[in-house]
Write a protein that binds this ligand. Structure first.
Ligand code: PAF
Length: 326
């Protein structure tokens, strides 16, 4: 079932809740901007980043929205010893897939049992250790999600909203997210981009995995913009990557329609034709990539089910070879 949010943004009065964002990268800053929209005018911002330092500090951010309007915002970066951590009601984890465990697990003991956690990253996999860890701690609710909104970091504290797209969320385990918090998340669609709630959530995450399993490594390895992957020379490879993914997903209990998944992959290639994928950018800037949580996750689950996934394995090996970090 898909529910697309059509509600207008809620008023500030009834929806105040301390929201923290872990990860101040391009997507973290984009989410910060959207979630704090309702409170910016009143100067009573209840959205904060969680930093790495002990002390809380203020930081000026510059956010260029999709209409090229530049917003200057003074953000609070909560120190890890700040008592307000225990009052956080919604924690949005926007770090890269390979950073989730290291960034989130040490914080769990400081979060209250009613704090709801949302993971928002490309790829799959971190939800497994996170689920085990929260079950051992305070059993907080966990929502998983993915976004096709795109943002580019121009420097540490300046981000440009570079692409519109859908954000898809769904409950995964533990207590459900409260209606108040769900209403706050409506702000994620402040630019009329859909915010969808899916139950169950894993099929949509596998579908997004297919998009990333095709576009990210192929654009990184061929050093091209997403749109170039529509060329016929990539067709056989794209079909093979999706074919393997659909078989692995099936053994994982997720039934996907291969034709529909391929059609969606080409639709995203078209919609983001001028963009350079996050993996292209990671490789270009010598940063670690999310390959182990994208094609790597498909290969890992293939092994669990004693399947072969040679096309995904080859992309995994080639990208790992390219990146000096992995
Ligand atoms: O990782 C990315 O770059 C994006 O998820 C996507 C959808 C592939 C567009 O570039």
């Amino acid at each position: 079932m898909v529910i697309t949010s059509v509600l207008p943004p809620p008023s500030t009065d009834n929806n105040s809740a301390l929201i923290a964002i872990l990860g101040a990268g391009a997507i973290g800053q984009l989410m910060y901007h959207k979630l704090s929209l309702c409170t910016q005018a009143t100067q009573a911002n209840d959205v904060m980043f969680i930093g790495r330092d002990k002390q809380t500090r203020q930081q000026e951010l510059s956010f260029i929205d999709h209409t090229h309007y530049n917003h200057h915002i003074l953000a609070t970066i909560l120190g890890i010893e700040d008592d307000r951590l225990t009052q956080v009601e919604l924690l949005l984890v926007c770090v890269k897939a390979y950073q989730v465990e290291q960034a989130l697990l040490p914080l769990l003991a400081r979060l209250a049992p009613h704090c709801h956690i949302v993971l928002l990253h490309n790829g799959l996999g971190p939800h497994l250790p996170v689920t085990a860890a929260i079950a051992n701690h305070k059993n907080q609710g966990l929502t998983l999600g993915t976004t096709s909104q795109a943002a580019l970091k121009q420097n540490d504290w300046q981000v440009q909203h570079s692409g519109l797209g859908v954000t898809q969320l769904g409950h995964f385990c533990g207590p459900l997210m409260s209606p108040t918090l769900k209403a706050r998340l409506n702000y994620l669609h402040s630019d009329n981009q859909p915010l969808e709630w899916h139950q169950p959530v894993l099929p949509v995450l596998w579908q997004k995995l297919a998009i990333n399993a095709v576009i990210n490594p192929l654009s990184a390895l061929n050093q091209c913009a997403n749109g170039q992957l529509a060329a016929t020379q990539y067709q056989t490879q794209i079909t093979a990557i999706v074919d393997e993914l659909v078989q692995v997903a099936k053994c994982d209990g997720i039934s996907l329609d291969k034709t529909a998944v391929i059609a969606r992959v080409y639709q995203v290639i078209d919609l983001t034709a001028a963009n350079y994928s996050s993996m292209y950018q990671d490789v270009t800037h010598n940063r670690p990539t999310e390959i182990s949580y994208i094609n790597g996750y498909i290969c890992q689950q293939a092994k669990v089910h004693q399947l072969n996934a040679p096309h995904n394995q080859s992309l995994l090996d080639k990208v790992l070879h390219l990146s000096k970090y992995e």
